[in-house]
Design a protein. Structure first.
Length: 281
C-alpha cells in the first residue's frame, strides 16, 4: 500500500509541477552542455540526456506569500523550485508499481517574486531564482540562475474573460568559474478566452476555454534529444483548450493547483499533440 501511495504522489508531482514550458512531449537539454538538465527548472519536466543516459526530470514549484498585494504597494512571495531526475525510468515500471531505483539529478532553486499592480486589471511580476543542481553519477555540481518578468492582464466580458500574459525570461547554468556558460533568453505570449463552469477543485471554482501561445527565443536554442538529430528551436506555437482553477495562487500543501490542457504544438522542434499540465497563468 505504501508503495502505491508513493507512486501516486510521484505522478501527481509530475503533473502539478510542470509549468509553461513542459508537455507530454519531452523537453531536452543543450547539446553543448549535458549538465544542462539543470535548466529543467525553467524549460520544464521531461526526458533529458545526461552524460549519454536518459533521465526523467520532474519539476515541482512551490511558493510562500510574505506580503499580499492588497492594501500594499506590492506583494512579495518566496519561491522554491525543486527538480528531481530519475535515470532509466520506464512508464511500464510505474504500471507495475515499481519505484525508480536511481536518483540521478537534483536541483533546488530558491527565489523571490514581486506582484506589482500597474492597473486594476494588470500586474507585473519580476522574479529571480538561483541555486545548485547535482548530477550524482558524475559527481558534478552546476549553478543555475534565471530572472525575468511576468505580465498578467485580465479583460472581463459578459459571462467570460480574456487573459493575456507575457513572460520575458533569461536563464542559464554554469559548472564553475572556468567552464563556459550556457544560457538562453525567450519571450512567451499566451491569450486565453475562459468561461466559468460548475466543476470545482476542492472548493475552488474552475473555468475552461481556448488558448493560443507563442514562444520566441532570441538566439536559437540547440537541443539534443536522447535519440535523433539535434534541433534548433527559434519559435514554437500552440492552439488548444485549457481547464483549471479560476483564482490564481490557489494551492494544496503550498503546491498550486494544476491547469490541464490539450493542444497542437507546431513550429521548430517536436511538433504534434501536446498534453499541457501547468501551474501558471
Amino acid at each position: 500500500m505504501a508503495r502505491c501511495v508513493v507512486i501516486v504522489v510521484l505522478l501527481l508531482l509530475a503533473a502539478v509541477g510542470e509549468g509553461r514550458a513542459q508537455s507530454a512531449s519531452p523537453q531536452f537539454t543543450s547539446e553543448l552542455d549535458p549538465r544542462n538538465f539543470a535548466l529543467a527548472a525553467f524549460l520544464g519536466s521531461g526526458i533529458y540526456d545526461v552524460g549519454g543516459r536518459q533521465a526523467y526530470v520532474i519539476r515541482t514549484p512551490m511558493a510562500f506569500t510574505l506580503r499580499h498585494e492588497e492594501g500594499n504597494p506590492f506583494g512579495v512571495r518566496l519561491t522554491i523550485t525543486p527538480t528531481v531526475g530519475f535515470f532509466d525510468l520506464k512508464f511500464s515500471d510505474v504500471g507495475d508499481f515499481q519505484l525508480p531505483s536511481s536518483l540521478g539529478t537534483l536541483s533546488l532553486l530558491p527565489g523571490i517574486e514581486f506582484q506589482v499592480p500597474v492597473l486594476t486589471n494588470w500586474r507585473l511580476e519580476p522574479f529571480l531564482r538561483a541555486g545548485p543542481a547535482w548530477e550524482f553519477d558524475g559527481g558534478t555540481t552546476t549553478w543555475v540562475f534565471g530572472m525575468g518578468v511576468d505580465s498578467r492582464a485580465e479583460f472581463p466580458t459578459r459571462g467570460s474573460r480574456f487573459l493575456l500574459w507575457n513572460t520575458l525570461l533569461w536563464a542559464g547554468n554554469r559548472e564553475s568559474d572556468l567552464s563556459p556558460r550556457d544560457d538562453f533568453a525567450r519571450v512567451d505570449t499566451q491569450l486565453e478566452w475562459l468561461f466559468p463552469i460548475g466543476w470545482r477543485l476542492h472548493r475552488t471554482k474552475t473555468e475552461i476555454g481556448p488558448y493560443a501561445r507563442s514562444e520566441i527565443y532570441f538566439d536559437a536554442l540547440l537541443v539534443a534529444p536522447p535519440a535523433g538529430e539535434p534541433l534548433l528551436i527559434r519559435h514554437r506555437y500552440e492552439l488548444g483548450v485549457i481547464w483549471g482553477a479560476t483564482e490564481r495562487h490557489t494551492t494544496f500543501w503550498k503546491i498550486p493547483y494544476p491547469r490541464v490542457g490539450l493542444a497542437w504544438r507546431f513550429g521548430d522542434g517536436n511538433s504534434g499533440i501536446r498534453l499541457l499540465l501547468t501551474t501558471d497563468f
